[in-house]
Design a binder for this molecule. Structure first.
Ligand code: PEP
Length: 253
């Protein structure tokens, strides 16, 4: 079965390891009861070990929020893809708008994605426009961002990429993008990916939506928006809400 993918980006939360253990444990328990959804939690680096289960856990995996663009060595403060893999991780987010705003260029994003893919991780590549206007310049922006963020990635690694379309104006906002517009953008993003790696691999590539998703709007975003899953910020550390969100997506036939 082609399961929906729901990734929780905890960002710089929670503030204690005990809370991280609790959120991860309850998310894992809830994920074990799902049939059509795989849940992934992406805690801050120091909390990764308490989120990784000792044994493989149904519908539950752990990812990281970022990764070094280097392979290892003298890079103070960096965490390599190999380190993440050795902790049992399957996923890493690259190109999140908050990292781009802090200085990551498309070149840095493609280097991070490359390191992740070389280490055997799935790279969750975030793209999205800052704003939209009537001229439709956001289409060009997103197309160019996808191309530049994938530069240098070999075609044989393309099937280990997940695309997360996150309009920056919807991140942290009150309301998500309208589901009909999400539908349009999910098709557009897939087409831009197909322009780089071909239609065959693009057809199998998951496109997620992120930006102000919560338990109330998640199911409609997935169904009307036609996406393969969600990238969730705030609601992923709000336990009751995140569990309801997972259940609501799991009900989609
Ligand atoms: C995000 O930062 O990726 C995100 C989607 O945040 P939020 O769900 O809080 O809007």
């Amino acid at each position: 079965m082609n399961k929906k993918l729901v990734i929780g980006n905890w960002k710089e939360n929670p503030s204690s390891v005990d809370d991280a253990k609790r959120i991860a444990g309850k998310t894992r328990a809830a994920a074990g009861l799902l049939e059509r959804v795989q849940a992934v939690v992406c805690p801050p680096f120091p909390f990764i070990p308490v989120a990784v289960p000792r044994k493989p856990s149904a519908n539950y995996a752990v990812g990281a929020q970022s990764v070094s663009r280097e392979e290892g060595g003298a890079h103070t403060g960096q965490v390599s893809a190999a380190m993440l893999r050795s902790l049992g991780l399957g996923f890493v987010i690259v190109g999140h708008s908050e990292e781009r705003a802090a200085g990551d260029t498309d070149g840095a994003v493609s280097a991070k994605a490359s390191r992740a893919l070389e280490a055997g991780l799935t790279a969750v590549l975030c793209v999205g426009e800052q704003s939209r206007d009537e001229s439709g310049s956001h289409f060009d922006f997103v197309r160019n961002e996808i191309k530049a963020s994938l530069a240098g990635i070999p075609a044989e690694k393309a099937r280990h990429i997940v695309l997360a379309y996150e309009p920056i104006w919807a991140i942290g906002a009150k309301e998500p993008m309208a589901p009909a517009d999400i539908h349009e953008m999910s098709i557009f993003v897939k087409k831009a990916f197909a322009d780089v790696f071909g239609a065959e691999v693009a057809m199998k590539t998951k496109v997620l939506y992120g930006g102000a998703v919560n338990f109330r709007n998640a199911a409609e975003i997935v169904t009307t928006g036609g996406v393969d899953g969600l990238l969730v910020g705030r609601e992923s550390v709000n336990l009751p809400g995140f569990i309801e969100l997972l259940k609501s997506v799991d009900k989609i036939q």
